[in-house]
Design a protein around this ligand. Structure first.
Ligand code: ZN
Length: 375
């Protein structure tokens, strides 16, 4: 296990907090709680500072918050201009948003998965949003300030160059990179001295949002050649496969996540067992969905509303809940537990066979569980 010392306390969720971790092998890793630049209960992105062969930052943090990163680095005795490498866990705004200013001020080399490089160049917003526009409440989201930031971030990041594209099990600079797609197609877990930087792949307290397999169709032609044959990078199945793989890594490994390492005043240390807990969370969610579908065929929006009925779903975040449910239904279509019928009077069918006017029906089986076991 890691020895942990809070060097400086920030707020209760960890914004502005500095933590020093020392591994049993004597390696020192420092963490900066870099605040998000939009209103959220997520808490900061934990940016990890590794002083080895040069100064490396793992996830510089959210678009619009580089001043907090700079301040944290100064308090740790480093100048932002001295950063040698940036390692990005995946291309979401709260992780790689500060890449452009850090690269500009330091000339740092950018390291990430090779899919990250292709995503930088793609017209991501339009490719991601097509089907989402057909989901209720999406318009409110698309015109929000958060989305304005996401789009600005995509545009600025298109000018970045991926200096050091990595692939699965690549080793360099003391790091071993594992490609762990599912939450994001380019997600990496990064092993350094028995410490696994897990990005959003393995998180304490919360679970990463799965992508949907349907997104593969949108991005297929923009991916590096090795990923164009079949989908192993989008959807719940990809996420569960990656989680099970990380759970099986050998050694006394401590996980350092990008979120919730500290929350409500307490540290949340985790190990690889958390990856298994997340797999079981999704298996359980499939079971809970079969319970709701017992009532008879229903469309995905009704299923989403029934599933989350105990919780308040903000209109503009409804699509997040909807796509979370859709990722589970896609898995249960593959396992043969769910069939669909199209209500032709009521709209479109998407490439995954689902859509706003499609009714999903439970077949009375739980084959998904065996499918998860086989991954
Ligand atoms: Zn994140």
């Amino acid at each position: 296990m890691l020895e942990t010392e809070i060097i400086k306390r920030g707020d209760d969720s960890g914004n502005g907090t500095l933590i020093k971790y020392t591994s049993p092998t004597g390696a020192v890793i420092k963490a900066i709680g870099v605040p998000q630049s939009w209103k959220t209960t997520l808490g900061p992105t934990w940016c990890y500072v590794v002083e080895g062969a040069g100064l490396t930052l793992v996830d510089p943090g959210c678009f619009g918050s580089v001043s907090y990163l700079e301040q944290g680095l100064e308090q740790l005795g480093h100048s932002l201009t001295a950063v040698d490498h940036i390692v990005v866990s995946h291309g979401h705004m709260d992780h790689d948003g500060s890449c452009p200013p850090v690269v500009r001020k330091s000339g740092a080399e950018l390291w990430a998965h090779e899919i990250y490089g292709s995503m930088l160049q793609a017209d991501r917003w339009e490719m991601e949003m097509g089907w989402r526009r057909e989901i209720q409440g999406f318009q409110a989201f698309e015109t929000s300030d958060t989305v304005a930031s996401v789009r600005e971030h995509h545009e600025l990041n298109r000018r970045l160059t991926l200096d050091h594209p990595v692939t699965d099990e690549h080793q360099a600079g003391g790091f071993t990179f594992y490609h762990t797609p599912g939450h994001s197609p380019d997600e990496l877990c990064i092993l350094f001295e028995q410490v696994l930087f897990s990005g959003d792949h393995i998180l304490p307290l919360i679970t990463p949002h799965p992508t949907v397999t349907m997104s593969y169709t949108s991005f297929q032609s923009t991916l590096p050649a090795a990923y164009r044959d079949r989908n192993e990078i989008y959807g719940l199945k990809a996420l569960l496969t990656s989680l099970k793989r990380m759970a099986e890594l050998e050694g006394d490994i401590t996980v350092l996540p990008a979120h919730r390492a500290f929350h409500r005043g307490v540290l949340n240390p985790i190990g690889l067992e958390r990856a298994t807990e997340i797999v079981e969370h999704h298996r359980n969610r499939c079971h809970e969905l079969t319970d709701i579908m017992k009532a008879g065929p229903m469309d995905l929006a009704s299923l989403t509303r029934k599933y989350f009925s105990g919780r308040e779903l903000e209109e503009q975040n409804f699509f997040l809940a909807f796509s979370e449910i859709m990722s589970h239904i896609e898995l249960m279509q593959e396992s043969g537990d769910v069939s669909v019928t199209v209500d032709s009077a009521n709209g479109k069918v998407w490439s995954n066979g689902l859509g706003p006017g499609v009714l999903v029906r439970w077949e009375g089986s739980d084959l998904f569980s065996a499918l998860i076991d086989r991954l």
